[in-house]
Design a protein around this ligand. Structure first.
Ligand code: CA
Length: 230
């Protein structure tokens, strides 16, 4: 059975989340402070952890940081403010997703499912295929890419974004972080310009695989690569 640890000091939120997850068929365990949660998830890593940030004894960021020295299991952060997410992304602590409060329990369960599906070991994670997303081939030297055998006519900017996003499926990148990672000369590029480059990239990918949107917009935060399900 899939075991999910919930680390949340607000008991009302914790019990609603627990009810929904159990109803969805998951086994849950609840901790109300960071220290006991850390001991548990390091001792016996669950299949997934939902981790609040503001916690007594040890805050969620510190729990995440210390947990990552011992375990790579998926961790979804629960944050009270959208501004926190940008800061978290900048810290590159290795969370797998972020959910902002207040959230709907239904939405949270959907995110849990998506993260579990994405992080489950599968045939596509065999050696030699871990760099590029399925169907996608990147030529880093010539900034050329093809999707399912069809060449994508990309600008250098679009290629840079594709490289960063597709090689970290599911990870959410802020515009600031993309600017830093995907553009080597940031002189005249604004965060706003990223939106139009993403839009063009989406259109070019979508022309090859209609019906699948490869790049997910995370409201108020940035973008993430979304591989097709299955
Ligand atoms: Ca809290």
């Amino acid at each position: 059975m899939t075991r999910i640890v919930i680390v949340e000091d607000e008991t009302d939120i914790a019990s609603v989340v627990q009810d929904y997850l159990r109803h969805a068929g998951y086994e849950t365990e609840h901790f109300a402070d960071g220290q006991s949660a850390l001991e548990s998830i390091v001792g016996t890593p669950p299949d997934l952890t939902l981790l609040d940030i503001m916690l007594p004894r040890l805050d969620g960021i510190e729990v995440l940081r210390r947990a990552r020295e011992h375990t790579a299991h998926p961790i979804i952060m629960l944050t009270a403010r959208i501004e926190e997410v940008d800061r978290l992304l900048g810290l590159e602590l290795g969370a797998d997703d972020y959910v902002c409060k207040p959230f709907s329990p239904r939405e949270l369960v959907a995110r849990v499912r998506a993260v579990l599906r994405r992080t489950a070991p599968g045939p596509s994670q065999g050696p030699g295929s871990q760099n590029d997303a399925p169907g996608l081939v990147l030529d880093d030297v010539h900034w050329r890419a093809s999707l399912e055998g069809t060449p994508l006519n990309l600008t250098r900017r679009e290629f840079g974004l594709l490289q960063v996003l597709s090689r970290h499926p599911g990870r959410i990148f802020s515009r600031a972080r993309l600017l830093e990672l995907a553009y080597d000369d940031t002189v005249d590029v604004t965060e706003r310009a990223i939106d139009s480059h993403v839009k063009n990239l989406r259109r070019k990918l979508g022309a090859v695989t209609p019906g699948h949107d490869w790049i997910r917009s995370v409201y108020g935060v940035g973008f993430a690569w979304e591989a097709p399900a299955g």
